[in-house]
Ligand binder design. Structure first.
Ligand code: SF4
Length: 115
């Protein structure tokens, strides 16, 4: 039996999952879906920053456009540390398409103008 807290919405249901992936404690079906995915193939939306040149700030906030496999997060962070964006950048701008062949893009999450 595994216990976990659903992170799909702010209600934060406390759930239990047995060896056959039967879920209890979830208020809605999204919790069961999350619990099964978390125990079989955990994924996360990743937020971070990359270096920025020529802008008002030295770093640019970014995130993945979709959840990626949790085991790829260390490689993703290495990839992001080697990227330098150039101002201006706009919200939703794709900095890296299909990062690590995940199908997710790296997107800018803040408008930053040229300095
Ligand atoms: S199970 Fe449903 S209601 Fe409960 S936290 Fe998850 S999404 Fe929200």
């Amino acid at each position: 039996m595994r216990e976990l807290v659903c992170i799909v919405c702010p209600r934060g249901c406390h759930m239990k999952v047995d060896d056959e992936l039967n879920v209890t404690g979830n208020f809605c079906p999204r919790g069961a879906e999350y619990a099964r995915a978390e125990l079989t193939h955990p994924t996360r939306v990743v937020t971070s920053t990359v270096r920025l040149e020529g802008g008002e700030y030295r770093r640019c906030p970014v995130k993945t456009s979709a959840p990626i496999p949790r085991e790829l997060i260390p490689r993703l962070m290495e990839t992001l540390s080697s990227v330098t964006a150039r101002a201006p950048v706009r919200v939703g701008q794709v900095l890296i398409p299909n990062v690590l062949d995940t199908g997710a893009d790296i997107l800018v999450t803040r408008e930053i103008d040229e300095a």
